[in-house]
Write a protein that binds this ligand. Sequence first.
Ligand code: FAD
Length: 287
Amino acid sequence: MKLGTLFNQKEVVLSIECFPPKEISSYEKMQSVLRNMKTLNPDFISVTYGAGGSSGGVASSDIASFLKNDLSVESVAHVVCMGSEKDDMEKIVQNLKDKKIENVLALRGDESPFRPLSKTFKHASDLVTFFKERGDFFISGACYPEGHPESATPKKDVEALVLKQNAGCDHFFTQLFFDNNIFYRFLNRARKVGLSRPISAGIMPIVRASQIERTIKLSSASMPSDFTKMISRFQNDEKSLFDAGIDYAVSQIRDLIESGVDGIHLYAMNNFEVAKRVINGISDLLK
Ligand code: FAD
């Protein structure tokens, strides 16, 4: 099923992001995590592609296929421009078609030692066009409530999203954020310049002290004062930080749903307990 059907039918679409294990030997464990995730009834699960610049491990298309074809959970395969030229991308498209994957998150990716810049695909919008020309895919794109770090101004940032939409992008996922006001301001800016596709808000529950530095570094998300207060109060108390991190994410999501958000995308970091606690905390709003 294409995600468009879900966004047409549901008040709010709930999704979870997962990432492939780095070691092939961890795949069975991952499959069992995904079986557990299925019991939470997410509308779909997306699978990252070499996020953070990594390479190797289980292919994200294999996990997307396992979700869709073995578990009957709708899936989204992330695909990045970096490291691929036209012939490579033709193979990627064919592989996704062979696996009956209909939903793709088209991304530029970031340069890494494993992935040089692509000469063919400079922006995610080039990938969107490429996929749209080759099949009946539902294509999502990434967006950034605080602006992509390379965007000159917030206005230029949302204008580039409209280019992505004009190329055929059907839906957007946001980068994670901890301050809903930043998301609401972004939404205003984006709608004003003509971004009309549904947008899923990306929420990452921070439940371990070790997550904090890495997450902030990778996402450049700003931290509102109630968030920093929570971190400093509980950072040396593992159990309380876990509970407080879940509570923070739940209240962020409740506010977003009550404000009419199109979708919630949960960055649960392959952690079933985190996904379960958060989804239980919002279940009354999902009916
Ligand atoms: P683009 O849309 O190409 O944008 C990059 C920059 O170029 C922006 O500043 C934009 O404003 C500008 N721009 C875009 N189009 C144009 C244009 N036509 N003309 C001029 N300027 C333009 N990375 C991974 O490696 N693997 C993943 O699985 C992954 N998953 C992600 C999931 C989500 C929800 C998000 C938010 C990010 C994810 N990323 C992932 C990270 C992403 O690859 C990086 O943030 C990357 O720096 C930008 O990707 P993009 O698709 O937004 O790029």
